[in-house]
Design a protein around this ligand. Structure first.
Ligand SMILES: [Mn+2]
Length: 287
């Protein structure tokens, strides 16, 4: 595993070396409507990472030499426009090197900027919420409207949404209207088969993982916990179905360390990051 200390604002002279996956933190929680603190997410993932055992039982693969570079965090800003521009610019730089960006949030709004570079790729979202509101508390761009803005910005996007269980009526109707493939917590078997099918296809894929897809018993340290979620074992079983897919980029969002008193949510965030990085690498023959 490779670690670099690098400021994402300055790309001059940056050498990704052997790394195929490039990780950066996107600390922003400016629109949080419930419990702020996701800006501290990237640091907590970094603290948890060295404690993850690097043999993946789910993938039956040794991840010790996973070629992943950590380039640090974006500078903190409280301005949404600047934040989204920084995320988009950084993802663009990583893409231009033909590497896979791994973005650690930060609130879910960052996906609006990071996915923008992949418009046209299939989008798998694991989230308790649909995030399809038109606005909330006067904001058109926020953590609970981002998916609607993304659909508007990219035109048609094939979205496979897994684990949903919390939305208002308007969002369920909008999702149906736009043809989202919805697999709620009661449809995990179908979701699993769908992911396997994706892995066997030659589709480009982006994965956005909101940690609140998990039940709060497994992931208490999130901004907007929602009861009735999936278990951590179910999550890793789902992700492992993606082995073989062409994973272009991914994000892990909404970790809120100050609400994660035992640190268990950070450990799950770190393990999902490594798992998704391994899946991206598998396709690039770098493992
Ligand atoms: Mn959510």
């Amino acid at each position: 595993m490779y670690f670099y200390v690098h400021r994402p604002a300055d790309w001059s002279g940056f050498d990704p070396g052997n790394a195929e996956v490039i990780l950066f933190g996107a600390p922003f929680d400016g629109t949080q409507s419930y419990r702020p603190g996701a800006r501290d997410g990237p640091s907590a993932v970094r603290m948890a990472l060295p404690n993850i055992e690097f043999y993946s039982l789910e993938l039956d693969r040794d991840l010790e030499d996973l070629p992943i570079a950590d380039i640090g965090d974006l500078d903190l800003t409280l301005d949404m426009d600047s934040f989204l521009k920084r995320v988009e610019g950084t993802v663009q730089e990583i893409r231009s090197m033909d590497k896979v960006p791994a973005v650690i949030g930060g609130e879910h709004t960052l996906t609006l900027a990071s996915y923008k570079q992949f418009c046209g790729a299939k989008l798998v979202v694991l989230d308790a919420h649909l995030d399809l509101r038109d606005e909330l508390y006067g904001l058109k761009i926020s953590h609970c409207t981002f998916l609607r803005r993304l659909l508007e910005g990219c035109g048609s996007v094939d979205i496979i949404h897994i684990g949903g269980r919390a939305a208002v009526k308007e969002e369920w109707e909008y999702a149906k209207d736009k043809g989202l493939e919805l697999y709620s917590v009661y449809g995990l078997g179908d979701a699993s088969r769908r992911l396997k099918q994706l892995a066997e296809s030659d589709e480009n894929l982006y994965v956005s993982l909101d940690l609140d897809v998990l039940d709060p018993a497994f992931a208490p340290g999130v901004s907007t916990p929602e009861p009735g979620g999936i278990t951590s074992r179910e999550l890793f079983a789902l992700l492992s179905k993606l082995e073989g897919v062409r994973l272009m980029g991914f994000d892990v969002v909404e970790l809120t360390p100050r609400l994660d008193s035992s640190g268990i949510t950070a450990v799950i965030a770190a393990k999902t990051t490594i798992t998704l990085a391994a899946i991206a690498c598998y396709d690039k023959n770098c493992l």
